[in-house]
Design a protein. Structure first.
Length: 214
Protein backbone atom coordinates (compact mmCIF):
# COMPACT_ATOMS: atom_id res chain seq x y z
CA UNK A 1 0.00 0.00 0.00
CA UNK A 2 1.06 3.57 -0.64
CA UNK A 3 2.22 5.39 2.51
CA UNK A 4 3.75 8.60 1.16
CA UNK A 5 3.55 11.02 -1.75
CA UNK A 6 6.68 12.96 -2.66
CA UNK A 7 6.11 16.06 -4.79
CA UNK A 8 8.40 18.00 -7.06
CA UNK A 9 7.91 21.79 -6.77
CA UNK A 10 8.68 23.69 -10.00
CA UNK A 11 6.03 22.95 -12.62
CA UNK A 12 4.02 20.70 -10.28
CA UNK A 13 2.87 22.88 -7.37
CA UNK A 14 3.66 26.29 -8.90
CA UNK A 15 4.36 27.60 -12.38
CA UNK A 16 7.97 28.45 -11.50
CA UNK A 17 9.15 26.17 -14.33
CA UNK A 18 8.11 29.02 -16.63
CA UNK A 19 10.23 31.51 -14.66
CA UNK A 20 13.25 29.18 -14.87
CA UNK A 21 12.62 29.01 -18.64
CA UNK A 22 12.44 32.81 -19.03
CA UNK A 23 15.60 33.36 -17.00
CA UNK A 24 17.60 30.70 -18.88
CA UNK A 25 16.36 31.89 -22.26
CA UNK A 26 17.47 35.45 -21.57
CA UNK A 27 20.86 34.25 -20.39
CA UNK A 28 21.30 32.01 -23.44
CA UNK A 29 20.41 34.92 -25.73
CA UNK A 30 23.13 37.11 -24.20
CA UNK A 31 25.56 34.38 -25.24
CA UNK A 32 24.13 34.08 -28.77
CA UNK A 33 22.71 30.62 -28.04
CA UNK A 34 19.33 29.50 -29.43
CA UNK A 35 16.88 28.46 -26.77
CA UNK A 36 13.35 27.10 -27.15
CA UNK A 37 10.71 25.17 -25.19
CA UNK A 38 11.83 21.83 -26.64
CA UNK A 39 15.41 22.24 -25.44
CA UNK A 40 14.05 23.54 -22.13
CA UNK A 41 12.45 20.12 -21.46
CA UNK A 42 15.97 18.67 -20.96
CA UNK A 43 16.72 21.30 -18.30
CA UNK A 44 13.65 20.70 -16.13
CA UNK A 45 14.60 18.99 -12.88
CA UNK A 46 18.30 19.51 -13.59
CA UNK A 47 20.24 21.61 -11.08
CA UNK A 48 21.62 25.07 -11.80
CA UNK A 49 25.21 24.32 -12.81
CA UNK A 50 24.30 21.19 -14.79
CA UNK A 51 21.63 23.21 -16.66
CA UNK A 52 24.18 25.91 -17.46
CA UNK A 53 26.61 23.29 -18.76
CA UNK A 54 23.90 21.92 -21.10
CA UNK A 55 23.21 25.43 -22.43
CA UNK A 56 26.85 26.44 -22.88
CA UNK A 57 27.54 23.18 -24.71
CA UNK A 58 25.58 24.75 -27.61
CA UNK A 59 28.22 27.48 -27.91
CA UNK A 60 31.49 27.20 -29.81
CA UNK A 61 33.18 29.21 -27.05
CA UNK A 62 34.89 27.80 -23.97
CA UNK A 63 33.95 29.26 -20.60
CA UNK A 64 36.15 29.38 -17.54
CA UNK A 65 34.89 28.23 -14.17
CA UNK A 66 34.70 31.89 -13.05
CA UNK A 67 32.68 32.90 -16.12
CA UNK A 68 30.26 30.06 -15.44
CA UNK A 69 29.81 31.21 -11.85
CA UNK A 70 29.01 34.74 -13.04
CA UNK A 71 26.44 33.45 -15.56
CA UNK A 72 24.81 31.12 -13.03
CA UNK A 73 24.52 33.98 -10.54
CA UNK A 74 22.98 36.25 -13.18
CA UNK A 75 20.37 33.65 -14.05
CA UNK A 76 19.57 33.15 -10.39
CA UNK A 77 19.19 36.88 -9.74
CA UNK A 78 16.75 37.12 -12.64
CA UNK A 79 14.85 34.07 -11.35
CA UNK A 80 14.65 35.58 -7.87
CA UNK A 81 13.25 38.82 -9.31
CA UNK A 82 10.59 36.88 -11.19
CA UNK A 83 9.54 34.91 -8.10
CA UNK A 84 9.90 37.63 -5.45
CA UNK A 85 6.28 38.71 -5.61
CA UNK A 86 4.68 35.24 -5.68
CA UNK A 87 1.81 34.63 -3.28
CA UNK A 88 -0.42 31.65 -2.37
CA UNK A 89 -2.55 32.66 -5.39
CA UNK A 90 0.31 31.36 -7.55
CA UNK A 91 -0.21 27.76 -6.46
CA UNK A 92 -1.22 25.77 -9.54
CA UNK A 93 -4.87 24.63 -9.70
CA UNK A 94 -5.42 21.51 -7.59
CA UNK A 95 -2.09 21.77 -5.76
CA UNK A 96 -3.43 22.66 -2.33
CA UNK A 97 -6.26 20.13 -2.65
CA UNK A 98 -3.80 17.37 -3.60
CA UNK A 99 -1.57 18.11 -0.60
CA UNK A 100 -4.59 18.13 1.69
CA UNK A 101 -5.93 14.88 0.21
CA UNK A 102 -2.66 13.09 0.96
CA UNK A 103 -2.65 14.30 4.56
CA UNK A 104 -6.34 13.49 5.09
CA UNK A 105 -5.72 9.95 3.88
CA UNK A 106 -3.14 9.57 6.67
CA UNK A 107 -0.21 9.44 4.25
CA UNK A 108 3.06 11.35 4.57
CA UNK A 109 4.04 14.20 2.27
CA UNK A 110 7.53 15.01 1.03
CA UNK A 111 9.08 17.65 -1.23
CA UNK A 112 11.88 16.69 -3.61
CA UNK A 113 13.15 19.73 -5.56
CA UNK A 114 16.78 20.21 -6.57
CA UNK A 115 16.17 23.98 -6.51
CA UNK A 116 18.18 25.92 -3.95
CA UNK A 117 15.30 28.42 -4.02
CA UNK A 118 12.76 25.82 -2.90
CA UNK A 119 12.49 26.94 0.74
CA UNK A 120 11.97 30.54 -0.38
CA UNK A 121 9.22 29.53 -2.84
CA UNK A 122 7.50 27.39 -0.18
CA UNK A 123 7.46 30.45 2.11
CA UNK A 124 6.00 32.65 -0.64
CA UNK A 125 3.30 30.04 -1.35
CA UNK A 126 2.75 29.49 2.41
CA UNK A 127 2.84 25.69 2.07
CA UNK A 128 5.94 24.76 4.11
CA UNK A 129 3.69 23.26 6.80
CA UNK A 130 2.04 20.96 4.26
CA UNK A 131 5.18 18.78 4.18
CA UNK A 132 6.48 16.22 6.66
CA UNK A 133 9.87 16.52 4.99
CA UNK A 134 11.53 18.94 2.57
CA UNK A 135 14.82 17.71 1.14
CA UNK A 136 17.50 20.42 1.32
CA UNK A 137 18.99 20.61 -2.21
CA UNK A 138 22.19 22.10 -0.79
CA UNK A 139 22.97 18.73 0.85
CA UNK A 140 22.64 16.64 -2.32
CA UNK A 141 25.53 15.19 -4.29
CA UNK A 142 23.56 14.39 -7.46
CA UNK A 143 20.93 16.19 -9.52
CA UNK A 144 17.93 14.40 -11.03
CA UNK A 145 17.81 12.03 -12.98
CA UNK A 146 19.90 10.35 -10.24
CA UNK A 147 17.54 8.78 -7.64
CA UNK A 148 19.34 10.34 -4.65
CA UNK A 149 16.76 13.06 -3.96
CA UNK A 150 13.70 10.75 -3.95
CA UNK A 151 15.55 8.10 -1.93
CA UNK A 152 16.57 10.80 0.57
CA UNK A 153 12.96 11.97 0.91
CA UNK A 154 11.70 8.41 1.49
CA UNK A 155 14.46 7.81 4.00
CA UNK A 156 13.60 11.00 5.95
CA UNK A 157 9.93 10.00 5.96
CA UNK A 158 10.83 6.49 7.12
CA UNK A 159 8.88 4.90 4.26
CA UNK A 160 10.09 2.20 1.89
CA UNK A 161 10.46 3.61 -1.67
CA UNK A 162 8.13 0.90 -2.98
CA UNK A 163 5.36 2.46 -0.85
CA UNK A 164 5.92 5.97 -2.28
CA UNK A 165 4.44 7.87 -5.19
CA UNK A 166 6.67 10.48 -6.83
CA UNK A 167 4.99 13.38 -8.66
CA UNK A 168 6.95 15.09 -11.43
CA UNK A 169 6.63 17.29 -14.52
CA UNK A 170 10.13 16.63 -15.89
CA UNK A 171 11.79 13.86 -17.85
CA UNK A 172 14.76 13.86 -15.45
CA UNK A 173 12.38 13.69 -12.50
CA UNK A 174 10.43 10.70 -13.81
CA UNK A 175 13.71 8.86 -14.41
CA UNK A 176 14.79 9.72 -10.86
CA UNK A 177 11.52 8.37 -9.39
CA UNK A 178 11.67 5.13 -11.37
CA UNK A 179 15.33 4.61 -10.46
CA UNK A 180 14.31 5.03 -6.80
CA UNK A 181 11.78 2.21 -7.22
CA UNK A 182 8.65 4.34 -6.79
CA UNK A 183 5.38 4.78 -8.66
CA UNK A 184 5.88 7.72 -11.04
CA UNK A 185 2.94 10.08 -11.52
CA UNK A 186 3.66 12.47 -14.39
CA UNK A 187 2.15 15.95 -14.63
CA UNK A 188 1.86 17.16 -18.22
CA UNK A 189 1.79 15.23 -21.46
CA UNK A 190 2.13 11.45 -21.87
CA UNK A 191 3.91 12.13 -25.17
CA UNK A 192 6.73 13.83 -23.25
CA UNK A 193 6.77 11.83 -19.99
CA UNK A 194 6.94 8.45 -21.67
CA UNK A 195 8.46 6.58 -18.69
CA UNK A 196 5.83 7.64 -16.17
CA UNK A 197 3.48 4.97 -14.76
CA UNK A 198 0.57 7.37 -15.27
CA UNK A 199 0.29 10.93 -16.59
CA UNK A 200 -2.36 13.51 -15.68
CA UNK A 201 -2.50 17.03 -17.17
CA UNK A 202 -2.41 18.81 -13.80
CA UNK A 203 -3.15 18.28 -10.10
CA UNK A 204 -6.87 18.97 -10.53
CA UNK A 205 -6.87 15.38 -11.82
CA UNK A 206 -5.05 14.01 -8.74
CA UNK A 207 -7.15 11.13 -7.39
CA UNK A 208 -5.27 9.40 -4.60
CA UNK A 209 -7.61 6.41 -4.51
CA UNK A 210 -6.58 5.56 -8.07
CA UNK A 211 -2.93 5.12 -7.09
CA UNK A 212 -3.10 4.08 -3.44
CA UNK A 213 -4.36 0.64 -4.32
CA UNK A 214 -3.94 -1.85 -1.49
C1 LIG B 1 14.32 22.61 -10.49
C2 LIG B 1 13.90 23.15 -11.84
C3 LIG B 1 15.09 23.41 -12.72
C4 LIG B 1 16.14 24.24 -12.00
C5 LIG B 1 16.58 23.54 -10.72
C6 LIG B 1 17.60 24.33 -9.92
O1 LIG B 1 14.71 21.29 -10.67
O2 LIG B 1 13.03 22.23 -12.48
O3 LIG B 1 14.66 24.07 -13.88
O4 LIG B 1 17.27 24.45 -12.80
O5 LIG B 1 15.41 23.34 -9.91
O6 LIG B 1 17.00 25.49 -9.42
P1 LIG B 1 17.76 26.64 -8.67
O7 LIG B 1 16.65 27.46 -8.09
O8 LIG B 1 18.62 26.03 -7.61
O9 LIG B 1 18.58 27.36 -9.66
MG1 LIG C 1 9.65 20.26 -11.98
Amino acid sequence: AIEAVIFDLDGVLADTAHFHFLAWRELAQTQGIDFDETFNECLKGVDRMASLELILRQSSRNYTHEEKQVLANKKNQHYQQLTATMTPADLLPGAREALEAVRSAGLKTGLASVSKNAFFILERLEIRDCFDDVVDAALLTHTKPHPEIFLTAANHLGIDPSACIGVEDSLAGITSIKAAGMFALGIGSANVLTDADLVIPDLRHFLLNDYAVN
